[in-house]
Design a protein around this ligand. Sequence first.
Ligand code: MG
Length: 207
Amino acid sequence: MHSRLKSFIQEQAIKGFLAQDEGEALHALALSVKGLGPCLELGSYCGLSTLYIASACAEVGTSLYAVDHHRGSEEHQLGEEYHDPDLYDASIEKMDSFKEFRRNIDAAQLNDTVVPIVCSSALARRDWATPLAMVFIDGGHSEAMALEDCLGWSKHIVSGGYLAVHDIFEKPEEGGQGPWKALNAVLASGEFELMPQINSLGVLRKL
Ligand code: MG
């Protein structure tokens, strides 16, 4: 991975909850699927994962679809554990991470690679028909939402492509179980194989 991107992420102090090893793993996965199609991420927030994946997409000449309603997940809302007042638009009493997301994509010169899709996962998926080389899921973390997102988006992954899911915690004392249960539900379909986990990033490869 380019040191220019690493230093950019550090200098800009991009807001986000993705560890460096997880970001670098996403970058490497996106590079490895060269020629298989575009990538898609669900849950862009301020664009940290977007920068890691899109910089790889730019290198191999493909696109990253970045799906997020930019109104924040449950834990980002006013009064919740991960609420960030900088991302709260008091005039409409809603979270808005899109402005910050756009600023970061712009500063990283990735406007010709990232396709922002500002709506819910369900709406983005409703008419989706484009085969995807890699999907990264970091959206709603409830069991129901994680399950719907992982099962729904994984259908569009091409053979040899990857499904990466953030916040995989096998034990309840380590964190929420939604993403872990969703990852296992996709694995149970028999269409994917389990790859080594990187920190809390779970990875499946489509057979
Ligand atoms: Mg996450």
